[in-house]
Design a protein around this ligand. Structure first.
Ligand code: XMP
Length: 551
């Protein structure tokens, strides 16, 4: 198993019934200082027990509990002896499994709803401690519990929903029809704290200091006195792994930067500068530009490009490892910056392979014949903003911590169709303009909203680190040409597509509502300054249904 801090932390399992808010629940729990992990709803109770959870949260989900293929939960979950909390579908499945009744309500209930607590005869509900008798909650449902299981009491209601929450305190089973995990439920955080710290008696152990300490210890334990190479891209994820590994194993580490020629303008130079001047680590810059150009010639299929690039990464790392081993100290491990969403999105290894493969993440391509490493992936249970917070806590400079994600396959998946030197040149130049303009816009906006957010954070005492407003932006070069007119001459050239999104973890994203002036400046600069481009279009699709990258 990969070394990570998660394996040693008390864990709250979030059982996922296909919720829109599944990850959000895990995030909220972690923000409160308790480690939390998502598991699929068809995991048998015995398997969950093997993960030694300290509590279980049943997420919401889009299905009706009476639908033919409605997800169910192993009834053994309620007998594991750990507190269980259900939200929305989670409440309904708890009720149905334990002998209660779920019915259709006359009308659904969506959005904010006024809720009244109905504390039962046996005293105040521990879940609602320190919350008012009347409060607003966020609802999103059509079905609702109409009769609670034996031993349960109703603890709140709304006009539409007679059982807005229920509990069986003696068995530590709690559930709400509403969503405490969303910010629109103002006392949601209080309820989550009540559950974690009051009902479950947990402590805040998932803090940056403890994460660093545990990660360093886990890496040391896994590695022993072996030698490690680290696939470094200069992005925040691999940089944080570099800082963690440097702290854990010092000079047993060699950072390897594979330059595949698909990086953004000036990027290789910047990476080399940071890792040779600002860090005290062994750094190897591999010039693989020609090898990649040859391998990609004539390749147009997105997954084929990803596979070729991913496989070649492994071969390049392996070649470096063999060179290093000539001094008689073989390299056993490869460390890399795989993070939790990479794993979920690749439908991969550790989630039980349930999600479908949307894109093959370059880190998760299988080793080709003849290549082998044991992997160290200390971030494979972290969300992106946790990685950034970790980077800051480890003392990485701000410009690395707040770097935008850049995919391992690089510009190859932003050039639709075959990758050629000419197209690469065009895209690098257009992308540099996009970044220059949007960096300036984003920083200005961040300073304004950052000040406001800092105020809000002070008001609410805590809260996640403030992200830059536009989360990721770049240029895409599609494989089409269109007619234009420049200086009275007909042109027949390529367009550039601008992509700019707001997101917090790349799992979902919305296109950024950039001001017209900014769009206009980017458009006119690209057409004027980048030969071969005569048109600029803006991608106004969210994720889903699109993805952030075009391939
Ligand atoms: P998509 O296009 O799947 O991208 O919505 C989600 C986020 O992941 C980045 N991305 C990658 N990062 N290797 C990476 O390191 C990859 O193979 C890869 N593919 C996509 C993408 O830039 C976005 O931030």
């Amino acid at each position: 198993m990969a070394a990570n801090a998660a394996s040693t932390n008390p864990t709250v399992l979030v059982v996922d019934f296909g919720a829109q808010y599944g990850q959000l629940i895990a995030r909220r729990v972690r923000d409160l200082g308790v480690y939390s992990e998502i598991v699929p709803c068809d995991m048998p109770a015995a398997e969950m027990a093997a993960l030694k959870p300290v509590a279980i949260i049943l997420s919401g989900g889009p299905a009706s509990v009476y639908a033919e293929d409605a997800p169910t939960v192993d009834a053994g979950v309620f007998d594991l002896g750990v507190p269980v909390l259900g939200f929305c579908y989670g409440q309904q499945i708890m009720a149905k499994t334990l002998g209660g009744t779920v019915s259709h309500t006359d009308k659904g209930e969506y959005g904010p709803a006024p809720l009244t607590r109905t504390d039962a005869a046996d005293g105040e509900s521990a879940l609602f401690a320190d919350t008012p008798a009347e409060q607003t909650v966020w609802m999103s449902h059509r079905d609702a519990v109409s009769q609670v299981p034996e031993g349960f009491v109703i603890t709140s209601r709304t006009d539409v929903c007679p059982v807005a929450s229920m509990e069986c305190a003696s068995r530590k089973l709690y559930a709400t029809q509403f969503h405490p995990e969303v910010r629109h439920t103002p006392y949601g955080d209080v309820m989550l704290k009540n559950f974690l710290f009051g009902i479950c008696g947990l402590e805040r152990t998932w803090t940056m200091d403890s994460i660093i300490e545990d990660s360093v210890a886990a890496i040391r334990e896994q590695v022993g006195d072996s030698r490690v190479i680290l696939g470094l891209s200069g992005g925040v994820d691999s940089s944080v792994v570099a800082a963690l590994c440097a702290k854990a194993i010092g000079n047993q580490l060699t950072c390897v930067f594979v330059n595949h020629g698909l990086l953004r303008k000036n990027e290789p130079e910047e990476v080399e500068e940071v890792f040779t001047k600002q860090f005290d680590v062994d750094f190897v810059h591999v010039h693989a530009e020609d090898r990649y150009a040859q391998l990609l010639a004539g390749v147009t299929d997105p997954e084929a490009k990803r596979r070729i690039i991913g496989e070649q990464f492994w071969k390049e790392f392996f070649a470096v490892a063999e060179d290093l081993a000539e001094d008689g100290r073989p390299v056993k491990y490869l460390a890399q910056g795989t993070i939790y969403p990479d794993i979920i999105e690749s439908g991969a290894r550790k989630t039980g392979g349930k999600a479908s493969t949307i894109k093959s993440h370059h880190n998760l391509i299988p080793f080709p014949d003849g290549v082998h490493f044991d992997l160290i992936e200390p971030l494979d249970h972290f969300f992106k903003d946790e990685v950034r917070a970790l980077g800051t806590a480890l003392g990485l400079p701000d410009h690395i911590v707040h770097r935008q994600p850049f995919p391992g396959p690089g510009l190859a998946i932003r050039i639709i169709g075959e990758v050629t030197p000419e197209k690469l040149e065009i895209l690098k130049n257009a992308d540099a303009i996009v970044r220059e303009e949007l960096d300036a816009y984003n920083e200005a906006l961040f300073r304004q909203t950052g000040e406001r957010a800092a105020e809000l954070t002070r008001e609410s005492a805590g809260g996640p680190e403030v992200e830059r407003p536009v989360w990721q932006y770049f240029a895409v070069l599609p494989d089409v040409r269109s007619v234009g007119v420049m200086g009275d001459e007909r042109t027949y050239q390529r367009p550039i597509i601008l992509r700019a999104v707001e997101s917090s973890d790349a799992m979902t994203a919305d296109w950024a509502k950039l001001p017209y002036e900014v769009l206009a400046r980017i458009s006119s600069r690209i057409v004027a300054e980048v030969p071969g481009i005569n048109r600029v279009a803006y991608d106004i699709t969210s994720k889903p249904p699109a993805t952030i990258e075009w391939e």
